[in-house]
Design a protein around this ligand. Structure first.
Ligand SMILES: [Zn+2]
Length: 658
């Protein structure tokens, strides 16, 4: 998901600009093809068959789900947990409580409520087990939370055997909130069916739905039949297998998807479909773009960002193995559905009259497509280790945005000011920045246990990205890329852990990096180096003045004191420049709290700077990193651009006040 404030700003802008669209676009037949037969890419633990019917008048879905679960847990299983995500949108749910705690001013309207009710549950060979269901609360003691249900069967399922659940359920969709729901004639249907938990690390992993957490599920196949009015244009996370009109004015579309762990879909009679394709190392990828009314001007921008991401991911990380990607452009006012990822489908974000210099549409596409790798294929536990999807993805987002749109202009560009991703991730102009909440929580904290929503965003997205960018400077850009490539190839279609990721980096780099990981990943230490003092003094001034013939050159004693203000220890370079043009580069291990460098030279100090190549993106305060001698016309601080200054200043101010 895109954890951004810009989406909110865009939404506000869109509200001012929006006039409700009234036109309906024609309904072209989706041009998809069935994935070529190939060996399974994943261990297919689940096989879902869902027959669902949408009632647009009531905003409900009635469905029957047949889930075949392969018991690969290595032991008998009698109790199975299921996520019922839509019940998060119920009064007093854990999700609502947490959202209200973090955003007390948010208005929670009755139309935001949604639910999922299991009407009937049966198990093949065991019959009706509806009354064996109970709601559980593995994360808190909130008895009102109904986002996890578990069912205990009359007898256990042996290891290696299959169990088949047949579940009849009814969804009541909310008006679009937190990724899901309807808005006028638009439907974004995600997290909408009972989804079984993951057997992981010797136990069931099936967390409640929290305000700041996302998802975790096993790989498998999905065969989904959707029945809905014939004028609906549908995008889904699967290949369209068949489409048939029914006598009652509805149609039934059948989709198939494999080696994925979720299935979502969007529908609207107002979508305008743009088809394109891209060919990479794994073949041709069909790009289905479903544009909402009034947004067509953004379509070429979406497509450019999509193709650029496909290419750079293919070049740097690995192949995209699916034959399609579907981009859903939410309608005006639908930003709550924007910027969200599902396997082979994601939602984008724009606004009417979106200026070319605001790279929000590009940014969201690059981010959400990145999730096809970090979440879609490398399917980490988003509840417990969100940094592995959001953090790695945000690091990659910055790399790709920088490569495509320029390092200093990848967020915003105008004649008067620019903003790049890295500055933004530090200062938090449009995303929760690292400087805003640098030390309340370690990166590895479970998603719902962060100090608050802002800390979760700041640390999980921005800090992780800056940690990886700083690490890249330590081990080298090529090595970092090889490490990510190796990690992807080794762990795609599995559920790796943070340690799997870190060990891969150590293995590929051939370096023991525990000292860095312990501080940056597992710790909360602040990293802040400063020039504490720097000066040049004339040595023996009397003698120098009295010298009559061929006086010896004046000798100055220059001292530069560097200080480690925070507890984060990182070796840094210190660059000292003299007025005779000489430059000295010192390497300080940073272990002590301070160090003094002394030089007796016939030249005076011009400047001293810690980390002159700006490798250490985790340094909390960059202003105290440099000293320039007074009177030097170059004494003004080096600013890559005016935004850097404004951003850092504003972030510091925010940090003091919050
Ligand atoms: Zn994300």
């Amino acid at each position: 998901m895109r954890h951004t404030w810009l989406a909110i700003l865009t939404g506000i802008a869109a509200c001012f600009l929006a006039v409700l669209p009234s036109n309906a676009f024609p309904t072209p037949q989706a041009k998809t093809k069935i994935a070529a037969n190939h060996d399974a890419l994943s261990v297919r633990v689940v096989a879902y068959k869902i027959e669902a019917a949408l009632d647009p008048a009531k905003h409900t879905i009635k469905a029957t789900e047949t889930l075949t679960y392969h018991n690969l847990t290595g032991q008998p299983q009698q109790t199975f947990p299921f996520h019922l995500y839509l019940n998060a949108f119920q009064p007093h749910s854990t999700w609502v409580n947490e959202a209200h705690r973090d955003r007390p001013d948010d208005e929670w309207k009755p139309e935001h409520f949604g639910s999922i009710v299991i009407d009937h549950l049966a198990v093949t060979g065991m019959g009706d087990v509806t009354n064996k269901m109970q709601f559980i609360h593995p994360d808190d003691d909130n008895a009102d939370d109904r986002t996890v249900m578990q069912v205990t069967l009359p007898k256990p399922i042996p290891p290696g055997a299959d169990v088949q659940f047949t579940i009849t359920f009814t969804d009541k969709l909310p008006e679009v909130v937190a990724r899901t729901g309807y808005l006028r004639d638009f439907y974004m249907v995600g997290q909408w069916f009972p989804k079984i938990g993951v057997w992981w690390k010797g136990g069931w992993n099936c967390h409640q739905f929290h305000a700041s957490t996302e998802f975790f599920a096993d790989f498998g196949t999905f065969d989904v039949q959707l029945t809905l009015p014939q004028n609906e244009i549908v995008g889904a996370g699967g290949d369209l297998v068949s489409s048939a009109n029914n006598p009652d004015g509805t149609k039934t579309l059948a989709f198939h998807s494999e080696d994925v762990h979720d299935f979502s879909w969007a529908a609207s009679p107002s979508f305008r479909v743009v088809e394109d394709s891209w060919t990479g190392s794994a073949g041709t990828v069909q790009i289905h773009l479903l544009m909402s009314p009034g947004n067509m001007k953004t379509a070429p921008r979406y497509l450019q960002a999509q193709k650029g991401s496909l290419k750079l991911y293919d070049d740097w990380i690995g192949p995209y193995p699916y034959d399609r990607i579907t981009i859903v452009d939410p309608p005006h006012g639908g930003i709550e559905a924007g910027g969200m990822e599902y396997p082979t489908l994601f939602t984008a974000d724009t606004a009417w009259l979106m200026p070319k210099g605001v790279l929000l549409p590009e940014n969201v596409v690059v981010h959400e497509f990145g999730h096809q790798y970090w979440y879609g294929m490398v399917a980490t536990n988003e509840f417990e280790e969100a940094w592995l999807d959001e953090g790695i993805n945000t690091y990659m987002e910055a790399k790709i945005m920088d490569a495509m749109y320029g390092r200093d202009t990848s967020v915003f560009r105008s004649r008067f000011a620019t903003l790049g991703e890295l500055e933004d991730q530090r200062a938090g102009i449009v995303v929760p920045g690292y400087l805003g909440r640098p030390d309340t929580d370690p990166i590895t904290r479970f998603g719902w246990r962060f100090y608050n929503d802002s800390a979760y965003g700041s640390v999980t997205y921005s800090k992780t990205s800056l940690v990886l960018r700083t690490l890249e400077k330590i081990i080298g850009e090529d090595t970092m890329r090889r490490a990510l490539h190796t990690y992807f190839l080794r762990y795609r279609f599995t559920h790796p852990t943070g340690e799997d990721f870190l060990k891969t980096i150590e293995e590929v780099s051939g370096k023991d990096l525990r000292w860095f990981f312990d501080q940056a990943i597992y710790g909360t230490n602040i990293l802040d180096y400063e020039i504490l003092d720097a000066q040049s003094e004339l040595l023996n001034p009397e003698k120098s003045r009295d010298a009559k013939s061929s006086p010896p050159p004046d000798i100055y004693r220059t001292t530069v004191d560097v200080h480690r203000k925070g507890d984060f220890i990182l070796p840094v370079e210190v660059q000292i420049k003299f007025d005779d043009g000489k430059t000295i580069l010192e390497h300080w291990d940073g272990r002590d709290r301070w160090a003094r460098y002394t030089y007796d030279r016939s030249a005076q100090l011009v400047s001293a700077e810690i980390d002159p190549e700006h490798k250490v993106l985790l340094d909390l305060n960059l202003y105290n990193n440099s000293y320039r001698a007074r009177g030097d016309r170059r004494a003004s601080r080096k600013l890559s651009n005016i935004w850097m200054f404004v951003a850092e200043w504003f972030a510091q101010l925010l940090a003091w006040f919050t």
